[in-house]
Design a protein around this ligand. Structure first.
Ligand SMILES: C[S@@+](CC[C@H](N)C(=O)[O-])C[C@H]1O[C@@H](n2cnc3c(N)ncnc32)[C@H](O)[C@@H]1O
Length: 261
């Protein structure tokens, strides 16, 4: 294998298929747990292609949502997603938010904190832009314990000793680290929750075609021979339970944390 595979988010439309559906399934549970008030001002940090912003918009009648993400392709998709002047998307980085202090009621990161190079700096920025009493929350796939939706394929890479990329701050996905990060940031009323979610694919081909596009799977497969890819596909198939109706159900889990300023 030559070159180092990297996790990149360069296609909002493809993202919608391999992750956006998962984001919505888990985002609903996360929002229910947050039980936010209506009519509030939100910042969705690492908004990606806008999938979670759209859920906030549909379920919680915000007075404003500002989404930021460093990926131009994700932001392009997000801009087409919700046509309402109360919802805006722009390029930006979690560690240097383009907003004045005390601007928001709620700051949130959905499946993002483990991509932020310095999670402590990212949380400090969330706190800076949030009003006293406001809510600071995040959830991340439990990538260290096999909670990500593409974990079955990643397991085969591991068995075959094939290098594959992790989010740069994967350690923060552990529940204890998440809670510690919120505690050390001085947040109050901290609560954590593990969220379980299932997605059923029509058949194995459907699962493979969508999941092998993931940002941490596709760049690895692109560096392998067709024979090796076929081997990984077969190993993945054999590791999954396929239903009588050919369907494949995948279980994933994430760790969530919330607190107030
Ligand atoms: C798994 S996606 C989550 C997108 C969306 N929040 C969702 O729930 O589907 C991770 C996102 O984090 C963004 N990201 C990576 N590094 C970031 C950073 N330093 N600051 C803000 N966002 C970042 C990526 O561009 C990507 O869109």
């Amino acid at each position: 294998m030559s070159g180092e595979p990297e996790i990149k988010f360069e296609d909002g439309d493809s993202y919608e298929k391999w992750m956006g559906v998962w984001s919505q399934l888990i985002g609903n549970q996360f929002l229910e747990w947050l039980s936010p008030e209506s009519g509030k001002v939100w910042v969705d940090i690492g908004c990606g292609n806008g999938t979670f912003s759209e859920q906030i918009y549909n379920a919680h009648s915000p007075s404003e949502i500002q989404g930021i993400d460093p990926s131009p392709e994700q932001i392009d998709f997000a801009l087409k997603r919700v046509a309402d002047e109360r919802v805006a998307f722009q390029l930006g980085d979690a560690m240097n938010l383009p907003f004045e202090s005390d601007r928001f009621d709620y700051a949130t990161m959905a499946l993002v904190l483990f991509f932020v190079p310095d999670p402590t700096a990212g949380v400090a920025e969330m706190i800076r832009v949030t009003k006293p009493g406001g809510g600071i929350s995040a959830y991340v796939w439990d990538v260290m314990e096999g909670g990500a939706p593409m974990a079955n394929i990643l397991n085969q890479f591991r068995i075959l000793d094939i290098d594959h990329p992790y989010p740069p701050s994967s350690d923060v996905s552990r529940m204890e680290r998440l809670e510690e990060t919120w505690l050390q940031a001085g947040l109050r009323d901290i609560e954590t929750k593990q969220i379980l979610v299932q997605r059923t694919y029509e058949n194995f081909a459907d699962y493979w075609n969508l999941t092998s596009r993931s940002a941490n799977v596709n760049p690895v497969l692109n560096l392998l021979s067709p024979d090796m890819t076929a081997r990984i596909k077969k190993m993945t198939h054999d590791s999954l339970e396929v239903g009588h109706d050919e369907s494949v159900t995948i279980n994933a889990f994430a760790n969530a944390v919330k607190g107030s300023v």
